[in-house]
Design a protein around this ligand. Structure first.
Ligand SMILES: Nc1ncnc2c1ncn2[C@@H]1O[C@H](COP(=O)(O)OP(=O)(O)O)[C@@H](O)[C@H]1O
Ligand SMILES: [Mg+2]
Length: 238
């Protein structure tokens, strides 16, 4: 990032993460400017999920640094990082299936210690959930579960949201609805780092795109530049 740019909200430098003998990430750097949407793309197994897990404190880097708002967060506990405003919708569904919708939202409220009205605000914002507040989250449809995951993140007053393939396994119409919610979140000023298999949807939303290949960062640019250069096609086979 050029020196005249303001400090990025998230700055990942030379990150290496290993699982036993396997190096899942090698010297990965990326930065997310405040108020921007950044997409992280790459084939299956490229290391996208591992990158998000390292940022949220769920995977331990063996080298490198992660700064959030100018503060080193690598080595901190996941709960501590979440309280700083870094919220994660993990791969799969970021909900507690055996709790009700309301209890799921209540847990997010407790994370930030907000007032009771926070839960009601979350329910109001997602009318589909409002009709199902007493239903067990695991009995919601896949799309509703992802809506709940987004509502949980919003209630926690995020500064940075990490989204890991929220469209996975969902019908295109539902994916479009979810992306409308992500767009609204971005328009409200939330900074977003998103991992997606729906490359086109991600490119439409993103200000910047990073491309991971076999644990290494191979490209970064604005969506139009990467598409023009054929970079995405060569790494994603699309
Ligand atoms: N818990 C784990 N234990 C061992 N290897 C893992 C684990 N999680 C991921 N990996 C490996 O690390 C590499 C990167 O995985 P991942 O970050 O999940 O990629 P992506 O999200 O891009 O598909 C892959 O080779 C994967 O098999
Ligand atoms: Mg993944």
């Amino acid at each position: 990032m050029p020196p005249e740019q303001p400090r990025p909200l998230l700055d990942v430098r030379d990150l290496t993460v290993s699982y036993g003998g396997l190096r899942a990430l090698v010297g990965v750097s990326l930065s997310v400017p405040e108020g921007c949407v950044v997409a992280l793309l790459g084939a299956n197994g490229a290391g996208k999920t591992t990158t998000l897990r390292a940022i949220t404190g769920l995977a331990r880097p063996s080298a490198g640094a992660i700064e959030f708002d100018g503060v080193r967060i690598d080595g901190r506990r996941a709960s501590q990082i979440a309280r700083m405003g870094v919220l994660h919708v993990p791969e799969g569904r970021g909900i507690f299936p055996s709790l009700t919708v309301r209890a799921n939202l209540e847990m997010s409220r407790q994370l930030v210690g907000g007032g009771d009205d926070l839960v009601d605000q979350g329910i109001e914002r997602f009318p589909a959930l409002g009709r199902r507040v007493e239903q067990l989250a695991g009995t919601l449809s896949g799309g509703e579960q992802q809506m709940l995951a987004l509502a949980r993140v919003l209630i926690a007053r995020p500064r940075l949201v990490l989204l890991d393939e929220i469209s996975m396994g969902l019908a295109p119409m539902i994916v479009a609805q979810l992306f409308d919610e992500v767009k609204a979140m971005a328009a409200a000023g939330v900074t977003i780092l998103l991992v997606e298999q729906y490359v086109n949807a991600a490119l439409e939303l993103a200000d910047y795109v990073y491309v991971l290949d076999k644990g290494r960062m191979v490209d970064v640019g604005e969506p139009a530049d990467l598409q023009e250069d054929g970079v995405l096609a060569s790494y994603l086979g699309s």
